[in-house]
Design a protein around this ligand. Structure first.
Ligand SMILES: Nc1ncnc2c1ncn2[C@@H]1O[C@H](COP(=O)(O)OP(=O)(O)OP(=O)(O)O)[C@@H](O)[C@H]1O
Length: 246
C-alpha cells in the first residue's frame, strides 16, 4: 500500500525581496490535523513563506505541493482548499460584515443554502452576529481581525494559514481563537500559525518551525510543558543563528 502524500509539501522554496534573500531553500511538510507554529524574529521570513503557500506571491524557485499536486501550476486549488488570514485582514471598508462573508463564500464555490448556513455559522462562531450589518470601515481592530478569521475559515479549508492571528485580540478572544484552532485541527484541517508569542505555540501547536534570516533553523515537536525549552531554542537562534537542539 502506498502512503498518501502529506497535505502540504514544500521543497527548497526560495524568494528574494528587494534584492535580499527573504527565504532560502525552505523544506517543510504539514499533515492533516496538525497545527504547526512558525516562529521567527521580525524579518525572519514568516509572512513571505505564508504568502507563497497561500498563492499570493510566487517563489523564485522551489515547489509547493498540495495533496501531491503542484500548487504553483494550479493556483486555483488554493482558492478552494486554503484559507488565509494575512498579517492585516484585507477588508473592503464599504462592505458590511455579512457582505464580506457572502463575497468570500461565493469566491470559494459556496452557493444557496450552503452559503447562507456557512455565513450564519461563522457570524455565531466568531461572535460577529451583533455587528453583521456594520461596515468593515467602522470596526475596531479586534473586530476586523475576527472578520478576517471568519473569511479565512468560512469554506472549511483543508489548510488554514494564520499570520499572527492573535494581533489586536483581547484575552477573551485569544482564548476563543485557541479553541477555534483546536476545533479546525480536530475536523482534520492542517493549520499553520505564525506568531511572536511563544506561549501561543506551546498552547496550541503540535510542532514548531523556527525561521531565522530566511532559513529554517529548527523543527520539532512541542510538548505542553515545553515553554522554557522553546524559549531557550528561540533566543539561541535569534541571538546566534543556531539551535540548541541542532
Ligand atoms: N513588501 C516588501 N518589499 C520588500 N521586501 C520586503 C517586503 N516585505 C518584507 N520584505 C523583506 O523580506 C524579508 C522577510 O520579511 P517577512 O515579512 O517575511 O518577515 P516576517 O518574519 O514575517 O517578519 P515580521 O515578524 O516582522 O512580520 C525581510 O528582509 C523584509 O525586509
Amino acid at each position: 500500500m502506498t502512503t498518501p502524500p502529506p497535505l502540504l509539501q514544500i521543497d527548497r522554496l526560495t524568494r528574494q525581496r528587494a534584492g535580499r534573500m527573504a527565504l532560502q531553500d525552505l523544506c517543510l511538510t504539514v499533515d492533516r490535523g496538525e497545527v504547526l507554529g512558525l516562529l521567527g524574529v521580525n524579518g525572519a521570513g514568516k509572512s513571505t513563506t505564508l504568502g507563497m503557500i497561500a498563492g499570493a506571491m510566487r517563489p523564485d524557485s522551489g515547489s509547493i505541493r498540495l495533496d501531491g499536486e503542484d500548487f504553483l501550476e494550479r493556483p486555483e486549488l488554493g482558492r478552494l482548499r486554503i484559507g488565509w488570514l494575512p498579517e492585516r485582514a484585507p477588508l473592503w471598508q464599504e462592505l458590511t460584515v455579512r457582505e464580506h462573508l457572502y463575497a468570500h463564500g461565493r469566491l470559494r464555490g459556496l452557493h444557496g443554502a450552503a452559503l447562507t448556513s456557512a455565513c450564519n455559522g461563522m457570524l455565531e462562531r466568531l461572535e460577529l452576529a451583533p455587528m453583521a450589518c456594520r461596515l468593515a470601515g467602522v470596526l475596531s481592530q479586534g473586530q476586523r481581525q475576527r472578520l478576517g478569521l471568519a473569511c479565512a475559515m468560512l469554506h472549511r479549508p483543508d489548510l488554514l494559514i494564520l499570520d499572527e492571528p492573535a494581533n489586536a485580540l483581547d484575552p477573551v478572544q485569544v482564548a476563543a481563537l485557541r479553541q477555534l484552532i483546536r476545533e479546525e485541527a480536530s475536523r482534520g484541517a492542517a493549520v499553520i500559525l505564525s506568531t511572536h508569542l511563544l506561549a501561543e505555540v506551546t498552547t496550541v501547536c503540535g510542532r514548531v518551525a523556527i525561521l531565522h534570516e530566511g532559513r529554517l533553523r529548527h523543527t520539532g515537536l512541542v510538548q505542553a510543558a515545553d515553554l522554557p525549552t522553546l524559549e531557550r531554542q528561540f533566543f539561541d537562534i535569534a541571538m546566534n543563528g543556531r539551535s540548541h537542539a541542532a
